[in-house]
Design a protein around this ligand. Sequence first.
Ligand SMILES: [Zn+2]
Length: 228
Amino acid sequence: MNPSLIRLTERVWVYPYEQERDRPNLGYVRGDRLSLAVDAGHSDAHIAEYHAALKAEGLPLPDITVLTHWHWDHTFAMHRVHGLTLANGRTDRHLRAFRKKLACEGVEAFLSMHETIRREYAGNRPVVVTPADIVFSGGIDIDLGGCPVRAFEVESPHTDDGTFVQVPGEGVLFIGDANSGAFPTWQRDATKAKKLADTIRTLDARIVVEGHWTPTTTEDVVNDLLEG
Ligand SMILES: [Zn+2]
């Protein structure tokens, strides 16, 4: 049976991560007028489950999907999102470059990158890479109706294209995989980790949602980043 949405606050939910197929948490923020997703998901199958979970809760499908970074497990379901996708310029460029690479090298090169990708795409599921509909630089404020959301670029040890999604009224911060090391070695640059810890601390969120872990606290994430 597929998991249900987890409600974090009045306006924020999470569709939980899964290790087997490297599926990240998918966020959901409901405003009075619009709703927003954080990350699109790993494949058409993943986003179909997310949409089914939203329908089961009686929640409208997202109008906007913000991407935390370009990695396949967060973005390759973009061809099936409801509404528009939003990414920073680097994320969009990475997606365009990977789409070109797929066209040149074929799907097998992608599937063989990791066993979790092969599991996600078992049964010849289509691999489709889609650039973003809206590209921002620096930061962008989105008013969902009684619920402001801010998406902004951050420097991170994971990739060079990190975006945070902050829901200040709810005390929630989505950080994607920003606090992890780089794929595939997971080595974490200590200087970048320290800088990221400082950034996260100043945002003062009650709940921090990482890509592949249970929602936690600012203190937890900051301590882990400073441990090296
Ligand atoms: Zn990642």
